[in-house]
Design a protein around this ligand. Sequence first.
Ligand code: SF4
Length: 328
Amino acid sequence: MNPFRYTRAGDVTEAVRLGGAARTKYLGGGTNLVDLMRETLERPTSLVDVTGLSSAIDEREDGGLRIGAAAKNTAVAEHLAVRTRYPVLSRALLAGASAQIRNMATVGGNILQRTRCTYFYDDDGSRCNKRVPGQGCDALDGFNRSHAILGASSACIATHPSDMCVALAALDATVHLEGARGARTLPFTELHRLPEDRPELETVLEPGELITAIELPALAFAARSTYRKVRDRASYAFALVSVAAALDVENGTVKDVRLALGGVAHKPWRAWKAEKVLRGQRATAQAFRAAADAELADASPLRDNGFKVELVRRTLTAVLGELAGGGA
Ligand code: SF4
């Protein structure tokens, strides 16, 4: 690990002032960043510890929730309002990592965790455009079973590893940011980028910009929501595919729906096309499959991950069936 300077920020203003310096990173629970520093894939010369900033989970006047970016994953997953009004978020968090990691990891850090593409980590032997822009991507012709089937580019086919982010994408969350130019908000679905020809850029954050909070809108039917993660083993594994879904069915017809997919793209993938197909349809397995097919029409499977297309289709159909009351 390279030497670095450590400072603990007392408030957001101080954090942003310190965080604006070159080669500076914000430190949450460190469950990904410290690993990357040990591997020398990240080489900041300065860390600004933001774990002392807001970790509060507060009710909003409009019925939504505001979650401070320093809130621990465990605290969010166990919060009564999250469990009862947004079970998809609680379940996504509990599907991620291990209990020990969830106790350390913060919401802000979870959002900014980096891909687990093995070629990205293989600093000695593999080419990676995300690690060294312009170098090439050995995953393209390598073992790409865990890689993207949607929104990838010839520069990068990595997937985003977070479970929590898939739920936030489905829930129409808003991200609160603070930077040198002041405060701003962004729809969560616009925070992460697709790789295009700049895979080293993973979000639209400006240099030194800090995530301060997440807001969940009031969404009554999110009480009928869930998260299903398909992975190679029962715990402590990243998603091959995952589905976050909330469903509002009235008299057998889909009144409204929110859907997002994990393990399939460089960012949490909001399934806008599937949602559009479903609204106003009878809540049947046939309609659920048609929605999945609409979303997957643009899928571009690679040599080793063609199974993900059918896995998404089946998982999405099963999850919607479960939420509609027809079982899994
Ligand atoms: Fe790097 Fe992306 Fe290629 Fe993986 S898929 S080796 S992260 S460029």
